[in-house]
Write a protein that binds this ligand. Structure first.
Ligand code: MSK
Length: 660
């Protein structure tokens, strides 16, 4: 297949060509030769016990497993297990961060400090922790312990549910969707979907929604908050995105995976003058730290470290022949990189006992000795510089695009009025007036079965043209960054008139980079603020807002999609439906869920139809809210809180909640 059919990213196309010339097989080619099983991919394969696997190939109602399990039950069990796995992944990430916060609070992890005490205090407030007369570390210790309790508590419900609008909380209570404890929801989902327990598809999916909420309003939200407390709440930073961010005359060190702690320490260690001179002694001009996947997003939104891209770029990074070391931790790391690295000089370094790889070097990360370990890893990369082979060096030679990233919910509030008058009023007013038609969160992965970035890019472009404000996370954000969409200039050139005027007035791009996969929780927070601000109903459900994951592949994406829907945000997924085999499941998720949670979950592969559906859902929500019907170029009036000059002066300054 031609490179331009495999990826929309010119740098990726260039490196795919290089890989082809060098006989390096990547996931792009494996996806071509290894077709997905049509039964499993549609949710109709049951392998919950050893009487099967049972392939339910007939029509619904006419086919069943050896035990008698129906198609809806099989599809629901498969789906629910994906939700549980996704929730477990995000939440285990948060557990590690909570332990780091505890160690920092107790003075046991001396290389870290609390960077955002204001946010710590706000979080303490959400958790009902009294901060009066307590030191920062005492508050941090109580917060960390309360967070750790959320995993295994035997009574009550998750503390963060109280951050949702009251109406949403009532819906969750009414349908038994309030997660009790994170671990408990994951364990129960596995239990209920094992052979011979829950035999009712609708009931299984209620459990799946509850487990997903333990992700969105539990693990992911905690992960985001702890990262902000320890490493700083993001505010806009300028950076670059491309597979061409590697430097020919420097040691290139890639940090890939998800958890931000070790990456933060690598950022600190990279600035060590001793290591800089060590690099020089080995013939390199310095050390070039580059991010990949969601770790990239974490250090991009806080430090402006350039990103080499998302999930599908990891093999291609190595193909440049310029990566001295790739440090990985958890999630979205392809086993293939260890094999490809053998053809090059690249060292793959695993850092967690949870994620080892055959043929990789293992240097175990420990927050108690974080800086020392970071220096060790950088030294190893520097030592490997002399092994780089000239004949392997193949830069993509595609100029990296500039981008602005780092739109935390705190910053979004700040940018609408400054530190003392920050609010969501201007955004709500712009939506009510029809200047902004609605808000779409584009999230999720790349999938080599789809031309990389093509759907992310198409939707981002078309949505802003239709005056829809786009917020992005994860690999979707990488796609827009690489395409050059995340600059204020993009608003001038490509956004509809209404959105353009709002972006110009505030000085923001029409596409906002909100962070990594766990930072989809920031979208929930923004939606809660919009609902609380007034004028657009009193719940997340019913807002003119939609979630889309057009190129998803991970179980985590399924957990995210489900918690968005359970929180009231209608959500559309591309890349094939994992419940395709069951009409009952499709009807449940697209229709019946509306009656319960005021949102539906759709699977739609056609990008034009995805766009059409998103706009239809937004317009229907506008109509229900009885706000001005969207009509491009004709707007009502809205309140402006800051003039242009004040906003310009304020842009990129201190966001509310950040101590600098
Ligand atoms: S990294 S979960 S491929 S978005 Fe968070 Fe990207 Fe999907 Fe992994």
């Amino acid at each position: 297949m031609r490179e331009d059919l495999k990826s929309a990213d010119p740098a990726a196309q260039s490196l795919l060509k290089t890989a082809g010339e060098k006989n390096v097989i990547t996931s792009f080619e494996r996806a071509e030769s290894l077709k997905p099983c049509p039964i499993g991919s549609h949710g109709a394969c049951c392998k919950m016990c050893h009487m099967g696997p049972c392939r339910l190939v007939g029509k619904e109602g006419e086919t069943e497993g050896v035990c008698g399990a129906s198609l809806p039950v099989v599809a629901a069990r498969n789906f629910a297990r994906m939700v549980a796995a996704g929730t477990a992944a995000h939440s285990d990430h948060a557990r590690d961060l909570a332990n780091t916060l505890l160690a920092v609070a107790r003075g046991e992890a001396k290389d870290f400090q609390i960077k955002d005490a204001r946010k710590l205090n706000r979080v303490a407030g959400y958790l009902d922790i009294n901060i009066e007369g307590k030191t920062v570390n005492q508050v941090a210790e109580e917060v960390a312990l309360k967070f750790l309790e959320q995993f295994g508590q035997q009574k009550g419900v998750l503390a963060y549910l109280s951050r949702a609008p009251k109406k949403r909380q009532e819906i969750w209570r009414k349908f038994g969707l309030e997660p009790r404890a994170i671990d408990r929801e994951c364990v129960e989902m596995l239990h209920r979907t094992t052979m011979g327990v829950d035999q009712d598809a609708e009931n299984i999916m209620l459990g799946a929604m509850r487990a997903s909420l333990a992700d969105g309003w539990g693990g992911s939200m905690m992960g985001t908050d702890i990262s902000d407390i320890l490493f700083g709440t993001p505010k806009p930073v300028q950076s670059r995105a491309s597979l061409d961010v590697f430097k020919e005359d420097e040691v290139n060190l890639v940090v890939h995976g998800h958890e931000p702690s070790f990456a933060e320490m690598l950022v600190v260690a990279q600035e060590d003058p001793e290591l800089a001179s060590y690099a020089k002694s080995k013939g390199a001009k310095g050390v070039n730290l580059v991010g990949m996947c969601c770790t990239a997003n974490e250090i991009l939104i806080r430090h402006g470290i350039p990103t080499a891209g998302g999930f599908l770029q990891q093999e291609l990074g190595i193909v440049t022949g310029m990566v001295e070391a790739m440090v990985v931790d958890v999630q979205c790391i392809m086993p293939a990189i260890a094999e490809i690295s053998k053809k090059y000089h690249t060292k793959i370094i695993t850092t967690t006992p949870k994620g080892k790889m055959t043929d990789a070097i293992h240097i175990e990360y420990d927050e108690h000795h974080a800086l020392e370990l970071a220096k060790k890893v950088i030294r190893l990369a520097i030592d490997n510089f002399e092994n780089r082979k000239k004949e392997d060096v193949a830069p993509a030679r595609v100029k990296p695009e500039d981008m602005i990233a780092g739109f935390s919910d705190e910053y979004i509030e700040y940018m609408q009025g400054g530190r003392f008058r920050g609010s969501y009023r201007p955004l709500n007013d712009a939506i009510i007036a029809g200047r902004i038609r609605g808000v779409v969160g584009i999230a999720g992965c790349n999938n080599p079965r789809i031309c990389q970035d093509s759907l992310h890019n198409f939707l981002a472009r078309e949505l802003i043209k239709n005056d829809v404000l786009v917020v992005q996370t994860g690999c979707s954000a990488h796609a827009s960054g690489k395409a050059g969409y995340m600059t204020p200039e993009n608003a001038l050139e490509n956004a509809g008139q209404g959105l353009r005027e709002v972006c110009e007035a505030i000085g923001i791009p029409p596409i906002l980079h909100m962070g990594s996969c766990v930072d989809n929780s920031r979208i929930l927070t923004v939606a809660s603020h919009i609902a609380a601000e007034g004028g657009l109903g009193d719940d997340i459900g019913g807002l003119p807002a939609v979630g889309i994951a057009p190129e998803w592949m991970s179980e985590k994406a399924i957990a995210i999609g489900t918690y968005l829907v359970a929180s009231g945000v209608p959500t559309i997924f591309g890349a094939g439906s994992p419940i395709e085999a069951s009409k009952t499941m499709k009807d449940l998720m697209e229709n019946k869920w509306w009656d319960m949670v005021n949102a539906g979950f759709y699977f739609e592969d056609n990008p034009e139809k995805m766009l059409e559906l998103a706009l239809k859902l937004i317009d229907a929500a506008r109509e229900k809210l009885k706000i001005r019907p969207y009509s491009p170029g004709t707007f009502g009036t809205e309140r402006v809180l800051m003039d242009m000059a004040a906003r310009r002066a304020g842009t990129f300054a201190t966001p509310h909640g950040v101590d600098v």
